[in-house]
Design a protein around this ligand. Structure first.
Ligand code: MN
Ligand code: MN
Length: 365
């Protein structure tokens, strides 16, 4: 049994949990190695304290599940069978009395919860998420190698984006070329919908790219990520097209200073709140505090947003093995939207910066 499954069994034993039923694509992948998004169909990994785990998946995916290396039972079901009933039978063969059942409460919908509680009317439901979050927060050597590769491809994507900036091109023109070039390198999935924002659109932290044409004097903001073997990267760079105003320069320099200071402050034993505050104070002192409306960063891995959450109030200490983003931003409507985002990996005495595209202001002529 891999150490992730062993950890779950130990946690279940300590908390007197009889079975865990894991149904999110991310956690099933993390624990079993099988990556599948079956949409509305049921995918579930069922774990016990002592007995062998099993996987239940749509019948047409059974061969893929085997090929992924999962060596325990796989129950495939057809579109006319009830997967929960099949799961109950398989559970009964392994364990008769179920009084405590762990599920991902944030993920499970009410319909599935009702189906499970009618199959196990005596069982109390607890959350499996906290333990899984803790486990996933510390990356192993294999995970970090994959994330490094995802970050290198994110750097390449920004390079492509910058080379496509030309008078009259739209945000979507540039976005399409970025994703096309990545597809040519075998990338099938981005971490989230790619953002290319220009002019006034850049001042919205979560803007949507459209048909706005790029023109001289604009800042262009790229925020994107690449999925490699199930793991995400996440990078933001803001570049200038032609000459920008003194205030735009000042905003850029402030964000960069905040970003570099937060990287410098990051090391094991430092609280997430301290890292956020280090950057936030620089932005506040420059008079732009109200224009930095989000947390400094977030963990990433299989999910593009996972733990730790790097906020002003999170007292969680950084630990070697964590991977998170450092992404301060200043968004002043009609003046400038600037964000600079790197992914970092906590080492024994600081951080390794995984995204490497230059951060000094790049001016495209
Ligand atoms: Mn991002
Ligand atoms: Mn991010």
């Amino acid at each position: 049994m891999n150490h992730r499954l062993t950890n779950m069994s130990k946690w279940m034993n300590q908390n007197e949990v009889d079975i865990s039923i894991i149904t999110s694509t991310e956690n099933v992948f993390y624990l079993s190695g099988f990556y599948s998004d079956p949409h509305e169909r049921v995918l579930a990994l069922v774990l016990f304290q002592e007995e062998e785990p099993f996987l239940i998946c749509p019948g047409m995916e059974k061969e893929d599940a085997k090929a992924s290396g999962w060596s325990y039972d796989i129950i495939g079901y057809s579109d006319v069978e009830n997967p929960w009933e099949l799961a109950r039978q398989a559970i009964e063969k392994r364990k008769q009395k179920i009084t405590k059942l762990a599920v991902e409460k944030e993920h499970m919908n009410v319909e599935r919860y009702e189906a499970l509680s009618s199959l196990f009317p005596e069982a109390a439901f607890v959350s499996a998420e906290e333990n899984l979050r803790k486990l996933r927060m510390i990356k192993d050597e294999k995970e970090i190698t994959i994330i490094r590769e995802a970050c290198a491809l994110a750097d390449y994507a920004i390079e492509v984006g910058c080379s496509e900036i030309k008078e009259g091109k739209t945000e979507l023109d540039i976005l399409a070329v970025i994703e096309y070039e990545l597809k040519k390198k075998g990338i099938t999935q981005m971490s989230f919908a790619t953002m290319v924002l220009t002019g006034a659109n850049g001042a919205s932290p979560h803007g949507t790219p459209g048909l706005t044409k790029i023109k001289k004097g604009d800042l262009v903001l790229f925020d994107l990520g690449v999925v490699v073997d199930g793991y995400c990267s996440d990078i933001t760079r803001t570049v200038a097209y032609g000459d920008i105003t003194d205030q735009q320069h000042e905003i850029y320099d402030t964000v960069l200073k905040a970003q570099l200071a937060a990287i410098e402050a990051s090391k094991p034993g430092v609280a997430c709140s301290e890292v956020d505050t280090t950057a936030r104070n620089i932005i506040r002192n420059a008079g732009y505090g109200e224009y930095f409306p989000h947390r400094l960063g977030h963990g990433l891995g299989i999910g593009v947003h996972e733990y730790p959450s790097v906020t002003e109030t999170n007292s969680l200490m950084l630990e070697a093995g964590m991977v998170y983003t450092i992404e301060p931003g200043i968004y002043v409507p009609n003046i400038a939207g600037v964000r600079i985002e790197d992914d970092v990996f906590v080492t024994a005495n600081g951080v390794e910066i995984l995204t490497k595209f230059p951060k000094e202001l790049q001016t495209i002529k």
